[in-house]
Design a protein around this ligand. Sequence first.
Ligand SMILES: Cc1cc2ncn([C@H]3O[C@H](COP(=O)(O)O)[C@@H](O)[C@H]3O)c2cc1C
Ligand SMILES: O=C(O)c1cccnc1
Length: 338
Amino acid sequence: MLPEFNDLDQFRAVLAGAPEPDTAARAGAEAHNSALTKPPGALGRLEELAIWYAGWRGEARPQIVAPQVIVFAGNHGVTAQGISAFPADVTVQMVANFKAGGAAINQLAQAAGAQMDVVALELDRPTADFTQGPAMTKAELVTALRAGWAAVDRDADLLVVGEMGIGNTTSAAALCRALYGGTAEDWTGPGTGLDAAGVAHKARIVEQAVALHKSQIHDGLDALACLGGREIAAMSGAIAAARMRRIPVLLDGFICCAAAACLASVNARALDHALAGHQSAEFAHPALLARLGLDPLLSLGMRLGEGSGAALAIPVLRGALACHSGMATFAEAGISAG
Ligand SMILES: Cc1cc2ncn([C@H]3O[C@H](COP(=O)(O)O)[C@@H](O)[C@H]3O)c2cc1C
Ligand SMILES: O=C(O)c1cccnc1
C-alpha cells in the first residue's frame, strides 16, 4: 500500500521517508556481474546500470518485463502571453492522437514493449497565467500530484513519465530559474520552435513570473504551485510513487526533468531511483541534467517530450539486464577466468 497525502506537508514527509535500494540484492548483483563470461568492465556502463536496477528491484538477477509509459497532459494559462509556437488547442488534439495511437510516443512505447497510459488533467481548466498570480492553488497542486501518484501501475518494473502541454517549456524554464537562479535566459529555449525574438520575449515572461512569486517559493513544491502545470506536478507525483514501490524511472527531456528537480529540492536523494533516459536538444536541458547530477543514456537531438527520449532508452536498460541476468558465468560455461 502506498502512503497517503492530503496536503503538501504530508507529501514532503513522504519524500523524506523515501525507501532506499536493497543493499543485499545490489551486492549479489555485483558479485554475479564479476563472474560473467566477459572481460571485467567490458560491458561498460551496462554493468553499472544492471547493478543499479537490481538494487532497486531487490533481486540479484532481474529482467525488465513490464515497463510502463504514462503521458500526462495539462493546459497552461501562460499561453496567453504568446510564449509557444503552437496554439493551446494542440494539447487536447494531441491527447486524441495519443488515444488513437498516432503520436511518436505510441510508436516508441510499442517498439519498447511498454504499456502506455494517457492521463489528461482537467484540460478544460487551464492553470492560471502565472505572470498574474500562482498557476495553482495548493489544493489544485495536491490533486495533480495525487493523479500522478495513482497512475503508476503497481506491477510495473520500469517507469517512463512524459508530458503534453502547450506552453510547458515556459513553465519548466521558470521552475529552473526559481530553483537554481541565474538569469531567465540561462533556462529559456525555443520549445516547439520559437525564433530568437520569441525566445527573448519568453525569457522576459519567465523573469517577470519568477520576480512575482519569488517571496512565496521556499522549495520545489512551492515552485510547482506558483509556476508549474498540472501535467508537470503529475509527473512529480508519479516519480515519487515509483520510488515508494521501488520502480526505477527513466526521465525524459527538459519538462520531465524540471518535474524531477522539484522533488530533488525537497529531498536531495529523491531521484536516486531515476536515470536520465536522454539529453534533449532543448537549450537548457544539459544544464538541468548537470544540476541533477545525471548523465543521459542517449543524445539523439530529440526535442519532443511525450516521454519519447526516455522510451527509446528502455531497450538500453533492458539489454543491460538481459546480459546481466541471462549470461553464463565462467564456472557455468567452463571458460578459464583471467
Ligand atoms: C504537435 C505537437 C506535439 C507535441 N508533443 C510534444 N510536444 C511538446 O511541445 C510542448 C512544449 O513546447 P512549448 O512550450 O513551446 O509549447 C509540450 O506539449 C511538449 O510535450 C508537442 C508539441 C506539438 C506542437
Ligand atoms: O526537452 C523536451 O522534452 C522538450 C523540448 C521541447 C518541446 N517539448 C519537449
